[in-house]
Structures are given as structure tokens and as C-alpha cells.
Design a protein around this ligand. Structure first.
Ligand code: NAD
Ligand code: ZN
Length: 344
């Protein structure tokens, strides 16, 4: 079968022929419906050798949905043809954090040699994907796997980031979403589905700001020097209770620090490599800064429920496997609205 693999560090992926996987005990093979292309894949392709202790090659695609195709011995509760979404961060399943469902924060993550399928182990940008543990499959019912695939990361990651701050999001509160890409366009909808907070969206591209307005953002602003003053004015000088930085570059971190409120949360999700200088006066009093990484499997189930209710609709653009490189190029240029999904 064809698979889009990362074969060397700091290079684009290659479409190669690999054997079709067969499930061993406890494993499941799914027929891939779609695999989302995430900006993290671009970072992984760009980072130097040695930064990640993953072995090459592996198949890309860590947002994958499809249908159960073959079931290994000892797996129960699944039937051939079931539509499923693959939970992405693969922990050891044994530590306390994993048992609470948060395999994204597995206590033994550094010993596993990979972060999950598509991130060190074979992912979904192929005709079939081997899922080594049945617990990583979440049923999606009647959702279309192509539309559902990005829920695994573009949906789950902002969902987790918003949920941890939900106690701050009462009436009259504000969330600033920096970066209206795959994650950001989901974040806007998720804030609206979960809270009465107002949403201010910030991006460089006018088309993304239009998308943000269509998805319910109360205000959409270019990412420039005027954004700080506008957001401070919009919030009556108070600032935003929650800032979700889905870019993580020097300018977006600086913007986030200037628009967050006293007692606020500045949550950094983007891996843009920026730095935030810290001193007593760097942030409003009692404003916390945190990074978040992905989310728990039970949160993924909740994200699926929101999608089934129509409260989270991922804007998808389909690309065949042979054009995956073009999808990544469009993402690099910032000319994709929503999420590219590779459909083998
Ligand atoms: P994307 O390419 O779909 O979207 C990025 C958006 O940011 C684009 O709309 C772009 O125009 C905008 N942008 C770029 N520079 C900007 C700036 N200075 N100000 C405002 N907007 C700006 O990317 P994505 O797939 O949504 O991923 C976003 C980031 O989140 C990436 O760095 C990715 O690696 C990271 N990520 C982190 C996690 C995690 O668990 N922490 C999970 C998934 C993705
Ligand atoms: Zn664990």
C-alpha cells in the first residue's frame, strides 16, 4: 500500500510502498478514511536530527479516523466496519496518569521512543493503519471519518486548553484566540459551545479573520501593534481572562502577556519556538502561564459528542495522498482555511 513517510530529518515526506499491516494480539487495523495534516508535522519536518528520539521512517498522520478493518486476538467490543477515531498520544497505559485517561501526560513518555501514531510510529497517511492498542479507538457513530479525523488534535487540543480554564469564563469574560488555523478555528467554536465568554480572534491573514467572524468570533483583529490597545479597550481595560496562543512565536507571546487579565490564564499551545521574558512586572498579578499538550481520551469522547451535536464543525479540505505535499505547502503559506485532510 502507499504511505506518506518521513524518511529523513529536515526533509519533506515521501510517498512510498509499504506492506499492509496485519493485527497481532490486542491490535486493530483500520481502513483509513482521512488523516488531518497538523502544523506540528511541519515543525517535526523542520527540527534538526536528535531533537526527537524517534526512529525513521514512520508514516505521518496523527489525526486519523476510519473503519475497523481487521481485529487481532483478544480484542473485544469492536466489529469490522465500525467507524472510529484514533486517540493520538500513546502512553504506556499503566501509570496513574494514563489510567486517568490522560495518556498525553504519561509518566513514562520519555521511555516510549515515540509520541504516538504519526509521531514516531506509523500514523494514518496510508491506506491502512495499525493501532497497537484497542483502547486508543473512540467510536464516532454516524460522523464521516474525513470530517471527524481532525477532532483528534485540532479539536481535542483546544478543547483541553479551554476546559482547564472554564472556571474563568463567566458572563462578561473574554477569550483571545491567537492564530485561526486548524486549532484556532475549532477553539472559537469550542469557547462558544462551552461558555458565555466573548471571543477575540487574532491572525495575520484577512481570510482567517473572515472565517473567525463566520464561526462566531465577536471581534477579529489583525495581529499587529494595534491589537493590544483594541483588546484592552474591548475588555474595558481589564484584559482577557484567557489567552490561547496557538502560534507561540515571540510576537504572539508578547501580545498574549499584554492582553491577559489579572488572575488570567495565558495558555501556550503553539510550538512556534518563541520566548517570553519573565520578571515581576512581565504579566498582570496572578496571571498564570502554562503550556498544554493534547488532551485525555475522555475529553476526546466529549469532543466527538460536540461534533455529533453540530456544535463543532471542522472546515475540511480534502487532498489525495499523492497531493499531501501540496497540503503541507498550503499550510506553510497560511492559505488553508480550517484543516487539510488527506484521503487515501
Ligand atoms: P495552522 O497552520 O493551521 O494555523 C496557524 C495559524 O496561525 C494560521 O492561521 C496563521 O495565519 C496564524 N499565525 C501565524 N503567525 C501568526 C501571528 N504572528 N499572529 C497571529 N496569527 C498567526 O496550525 P495548527 O495546526 O492550528 O497548529 C498551531 C500550532 O499549534 C502549531 O505550532 C502546532 O505545532 C501547535 N500544536 C500544538 C499542540 C499541543 O498539543 N500543544 C497540538 C497541535 C498543534
Ligand atoms: Zn503512562
Amino acid at each position: 500500500m502507499k504511505a506518506l513517510q518521513l524518511t529523513a530529518w529536515q526533509q519533506g515526506p515521501e510517498l512510498v510502498d509499504v506492506p499492509e499491516p496485519e493485527p497481532g494480539p490486542g491490535e486493530v487495523v483500520i481502513k483509513v478514511g482521512g488523516a488531518g495534516a497538523c502544523h506540528s508535522d511541519l515543525h517535526v519536518m523542520e527540527w534538526p536530527p536528535g531533537l526527537l528520539d524517534w526512529k525513521l521512517p514512520f508514516t505521518l498522520g496523527h489525526e486519523t479516523a476510519g473503519w475497523v478493518h481487521a481485529i487481532g486476538s483478544g480484542v473485544d467490543g469492536l466489529r469490522e466496519g465500525d467507524a472510529v477515531l484514533v486517540y493520538g498520544p500513546w502512553g504506556d497505559g499503566r501509570c496513574r496518569t494514563c489510567r486517568l485517561g490522560s495518556e498525553n501526560y504519561c509518566e513514562h513518555a520519555s521511555e516510549l521512543g515515540a509520541a504516538g501514531g504519526g509521531l514516531g510510529r506509523d500514523g494514518g497517511m496510508a491506506e491502512y493503519m495499525l493501532v497497537p492498542r484497542a483502547r486508543w479507538l473512540v467510536p464516532i457513530g454516524d460522523l464521516d471519518p474525513v470530517e471527524a479525523a481532525p477532532l483528534a488534535d485540532a479539536g481535542l487540543t483546544p478543547y483541553h486548553a479551554i476546559k482547564r480554564s472554564l472556571h474563568l469564563l463567566g458572563p462578561g469574560s473574554t477569550v483571545v484566540v491567537i492564530g485561526v488555523g486548524g486549532l484556532g478555528h475549532a477553539a472559537i467554536q469550542l469557547v462558544k459551545a462551552l461558555s458565555p465568554a466573548r471571543v477575540v480572534a487574532v491572525d495575520l491573514a484577512e481570510a482567517k479573520l473572515d472565517l473567525a467572524r463566520r464561526l462566531g468570533a465577536d471581534l477579529a483583529l489583525p495581529s499587529d501593534d494595534e491589537a493590544v490597545g483594541t483588546i484592552r479597550g474591548y475588555t474595558g481595560g481589564r484584559g482577557a481572562e484567557v489567552v490561547l496562543d496557538l502560534v507561540g512565536s515571540d510576537p504572539t507571546l508578547a501580545l498574549g502577556a499584554k492582553v491577559a487579565s489579572v488572575n488570567g490564564h495565558l495558555t501556550v499551545v503553539g510550538l512556534g519556538g518563541g520566548r517570553l521574558e519573565f520578571s515581576f512586572f512581565a504579566l498582570p498579578y496572578e496571571c498564570s502561564v502554562a503550556t498544554t499538550y493534547w488532551g485525555s481520551v475522555t475529553e476526546l469522547m466529549e469532543v466527538v459528542e460536540l461534533a455529533r451535536l453540530g456544535k463543532l464543525v471542522i472546515q475540511t479540505h480534502r487532498f489525495p495522498l499523492s497531493e499531501a505535499t501540496a497540503a503541507y505547502q498550503r499550510m506553510r503559506e497560511g492559505s488553508l482555511e480550517g484543516r487539510a485532510v488527506i484521503v487515501p
